[in-house]
Design a protein around this ligand. Structure first.
Ligand code: TMP
Length: 253
């Protein structure tokens, strides 16, 4: 079988050329990094869980009319997505203070915010993804005003969907990060939710106990990351029946 062409290797995923023009295969790795890759580890099974969870969230978003790049899951580690031009922004939505916002503004973690707050970071690892304002985004041409209106609306729709889904299984969506891609349909461009939505890119706390079920478990050495992600997958009913075998992907229709 011909080897696929690798397009890009990121910290948690590798992208390969897809079978048809305009498609990409996203391979979810077991690598976990934090603090701009200063902290690294390999967490067996993380890629499988994130692949299944991201599929679940992206499909659900599609079903309520939020456009995403997701096409279909190929196997336990890979999904087929539409290729898109990633806008160089990390779009963060916060419902409760935590992480960098708590640090920056001195607000206790877990404090409910008066309304969801959307923040933008410029995607550049060498700069540590700095927080930027809409002024920077407009002045440097990273996105147009129309894009920004669409991005805000997408981010808030994702927040409503994700908050509801998680609340339904006893989990509080504290905050999350999404990335947005541009796809071209003929002369028209539209924006879609791209990359992944998984416990790597969200803060998820058990509503009753406050237990963390996201990547903070790894960032802050709070226990087993696989146990935390498996718990999220189990509650959502997307836990694989047989524990995933990383070396043997299974084709799904
Ligand atoms: P922060 O509080 O560290 O700024 O993180 C906000 C949210 O964004 C949190 O849900 C984790 C997520 N996130 C990423 O997905 N990638 C990153 O590189 C960082 C720093 C945060």
């Amino acid at each position: 079988m011909a080897r696929r062409k690798k397009i890009y290797e990121g910290k948690a995923k590798t992208l390969y050329e897809g079978p048809e023009p305009g498609t990409i295969v996203q391979y979810f790795k077991d690598d976990a990094t934090a603090f701009n890759a200063e902290k690294k580890d390999v967490i067996e099974g993380k890629g499988v869980l994130n692949n299944l969870l991201s599929e679940y969230f992206m499909k659900g978003l599609g079903q309520i009319g939020v456009p995403t790049h997701f096409l279909k899951r190929l196997n336990m580690r890979e999904q087929l997505v539409r290729s898109c031009e990633i806008i160089p922004l990390e779009v963060i939505v916060r419902n409760y203070a935590a992480g960098s916002m708590s640090k920056r503004l001195g607000i206790d973690e877990g404090t409910q915010l008066p309304r969801p707050i959307v923040e933008y970071c410029y995607k550049d690892d060498s700069l540590g993804d700095p927080l930027v304002s809409e002024e920077h985004i407009a002045a440097f041409g990273w996105a147009s005003q129309q894009d920004m209106d669409d991005i805000l609306s997408l981010a808030l729709r994702v927040n409503d969907f994700m908050s509801g889904v998680m609340f339904g299984v006893g989990i509080r969506l504290v905050d999350f990060k999404i990335e947005i891609g541009r796809v071209y349909d003929g002369d028209f461009q539209r924006l879609v939710v791209a990359d992944e939505i998984s416990p790597d890119s969200c803060r998820l706390w058990d509503i009753e106990s406050g237990q963390k079920l996201d990547k903070d478990v790894f960032r802050r050495d709070l226990g087993s990351l696989t146990d935390a992600y498996s718990e999220v997958a189990r509650r959502l009913g997307v836990m694989p029946n047989n524990p995933p075998s990383p070396s043997k992907p299974t084709l799904v229709n």
